[in-house]
Design a protein around this ligand. Structure first.
Ligand code: FMN
Length: 241
């Protein structure tokens, strides 16, 4: 199959509920996961992991945790993007090492700029990701309200906001993955209908990990798409200001 352009791949992608029994190439799927990791993400923290389910046993168990819904039951392989907010310290370390390597390679050094970049990782990022006591949360919200009276401030700092930040970035990676799959003629179906606790147990993940979605993969069967793609008219959702 000829590789598709981005627009063609976006238009080819559908949520395929019935995959054929034609096997798919794990190496190609893995390459699509590599594309997933190129997605833009919050502060480049890459607080995600991708589980590629290829073994018969794991497939059977994950499918059962997805209630054996058709998109899971008929999938040849499953991909599970996982949000790992709990890995923030390791990710900051990796970013720091990359930053320092970049400084060392630079033709001209700028100690002031370098110190600022390191301080962002050492001081500002932990302030966002560190668990906070009720008093720290209260003080933070009070400061935001106070400062927000006279200037623009960043307000999304609650534990719930942090979960959204992680889910948002990981969902962008999932979309990269699905479009990449479409590019090579493979099909996908994103699913949120599953028992997240069971999936975490099967994958051996800690409580702090969050399942972003489960993506069924394969090659569409003739009856794999349930109907024409319906979208609201663009005028209903597009606003130019
Ligand atoms: C986050 C998310 C969760 C979804 N969960 C399910 C699901 O559990 N089962 C399913 O069959 N489809 C699921 N879908 C697919 C949607 O129903 C589908 O994207 C939508 O109907 C539009 O159809 P299209 O993707 O073919 O354009 C999900 C899609 C998204 C983005």
């Amino acid at each position: 199959m000829k590789k598709l352009s981005a627009t063609e791949a976006i238009r080819y992608r559908r949520s395929v509920r019935v995959q054929s029994d034609v096997p798919i190439d794990s190496a190609l799927v893995k390459a699509c996961i590599a594309n997933a990791t190129l997605a833009p993400n919050s502060s480049n923290m890459q607080l995600w992991e991708f589980y590629h389910i290829t073994s018969e046993e794991a497939n059977k168990n994950i499918k059962a945790a997805c209630f054996n819904q058709p998109a899971a039951r008929t999938a040849q392989q499953l991909i599970i993007p996982v949000v790992r907010m709990d890995l923030w310290k390791q990710r900051i370390q990796a970013l720091k090492e990359d930053l320092i390597a970049g400084f060392e390679k630079a033709k001209e050094r700028n100690p002031e700029k370098e110190a600022k970049a390191i301080a962002y990782l050492d001081d500002e990022m932990p302030e966002i990701y560190q668990k906070k006591s009720w008093w720290e949360k209260f003080r933070l919200q009070r400061n935001i309200r106070q400062q927000g009276k006279t200037k623009a401030v960043y307000r999304e700092v609650s534990a719930c906001d942090l979960r959204i930040i992680g889910q948002r970035s990981t969902a962008l990676a999932a979309q990269n993955f699905m479009i990449s799959m479409a590019e090579v003629g493979y099909d996908t179906c994103p699913m949120e209908g599953y028992d997240s606790l069971r999936i975490k147990e099967i994958l051996g993940l800690p409580d702090t990990a969050e399942i972003n979605m489960v993506i069924g993969c394969g090659i569409r069967a003739e009856n794999g798409i349930y109907g024409d793609q319906f979208r609201l008219p663009l005028e209903d959702v597009y606003f130019e200001k």
